[in-house]
Design a protein around this ligand. Structure first.
Ligand code: DAH
Length: 339
């Protein structure tokens, strides 16, 4: 029996040393220690060994098994290490290759233009305030002197959530919130998104952006409005820019106007950019209607105000000479990174 074990051990050691890869080593393990393995067969034969010899023989079988297992696991570790070394050698990294460039997003032209607008008005002492996009009909229309059934409501057809709640059609609604939250003197701008049931084309979108402005103080006149907006236009489009006010109608201002800026492309002579007009319309404005002040318990004999509403996309389109507003909403980085 002793000889048998010795020969199993010697043969096993030889095979283990020879096993060139993990697969072969596993085969060796199975052939010796597996269910039908040589050593297992010896164990099964223990029943034929005389009872008094069993402990001794059993010990020898165990020693043999342990020796073989130890040899296999050492060989396994060596083979694994060899494999890792081979893998590392095969997968060398070429550190001279240029790294993959990180894609970084780009500020939207609307954001670039808005930051500029904010900077100009903050420089004149204005505070930037926010208002809700989902709005009560009351703030969007009634409190701005646009009662139910007023035709101005048709021009600004929007998305109604129910009879009283809608997506705001104009940032002018924030004028009302501001007058409820602050006491005069008030000097705010409020940029934000507005919504109208418009078809998409080169100059229209169902959702676009405005920057509202509101000033309320004592002794405010139309001259203050003109001076402020002219200053804004010069800072935004260049010192040579001239402005022109055309009478207009807005229900919440009286008198009301639209402001044009001289075409900064042709200086006002008329070109394709300004469609031969020499002037480009950029905002609506006016003196806050006394009735709008009264609804907020502000005495129009004591306080006056002016307001304005700038179309942000219009400013950005002009400033960056883009002729189709749809490009602003596609978020194609090839377009955006030009600004
Ligand atoms: N809310 C107007 C619109 O969307 C723009 C506007 C006009 C705003 C005159 C004003 C204003 O504050 O005084 O067409």
């Amino acid at each position: 029996m002793q000889d048998k074990l010795k020969s199993i051990l010697d043969a096993a050691m030889g095979q283990i040393t020879e096993a060139a890869d993990i697969e072969k080593l596993n085969a060796v393990r199975v052939s010796i220690l597996g269910k039908k393995g040589e050593l297992t067969a010896v164990l099964k034969g223990m029943k034929d060994v005389a009872p008094e010899d069993r402990p001794k023989i059993g010990q020898m079988v165990n020693d043999t098994r342990e020796a073989i297992e130890k040899a296999i696991s050492e060989k396994m570790a060596a083979l694994n290490e060899k494999m890792l070394e081979a893998k590392l050698a095969a997968e060398t990294i070429d550190v001279t290759l240029p790294a993959k460039k990180q894609m970084i997003g780009h500020r939207h032209p609307n954001t670039v233009a808005l930051d500029e607008v904010k900077k100009i008005f903050v420089g004149m002492g204005y505070q930037v305030v926010d208002g809700p996009e989902v709005e009560y009909d009351y703030y969007n229309f009634e409190a701005l002197n646009i009662p139910a059934n007023h035709p101005a409501k048709d021009e600004q057809d929007t998305f109604y959530i129910n009879d009283q709640i809608l997506l705001r059609t104009q940032t002018s609604s924030v004028q009302v919130h501001t007058m409820m939250e602050q006491k005069p003197p008030i000097r705010v701008i409020s940029p934000g998104r507005v919504f109208r049931a418009d078809e998409v084309d080169a100059t229209h979108s169902p959702s676009f952006h405005q920057v509202e402005g509101l000033v309320i103080d004592k002794n405010v006149t139309f001259a203050d409005l003109k001076g402020t907006l002219e200053e804004f236009a010069k800072k935004m489009f260049g010192e040579d820019t001239r402005v022109k006010f055309r009478p207009h109608h807005f229900p919440f201002t009286e008198p009301s106007a639209e402001m044009d800026v001289s075409c900064f492309k042709c200086g006002g002579k008329g070109c394709r950019f300004c469609k031969g007009e020499g002037w480009i319309e950029i905002l609506g404005c006016g003196m806050v209607h006394p009735h709008v002040l009264e609804m907020r318990d502000i005495d129009p004999d004591e306080y006056q105000g002016f307001a304005f509403g700038i179309g942000l996309e219009r400013i950005a389109l002009l400033k960056y000479e883009v002729d189709d507003m749809r490009l602003f909403y596609e978020n194609d980085t090839r377009f955006l990174k030009q600004f």
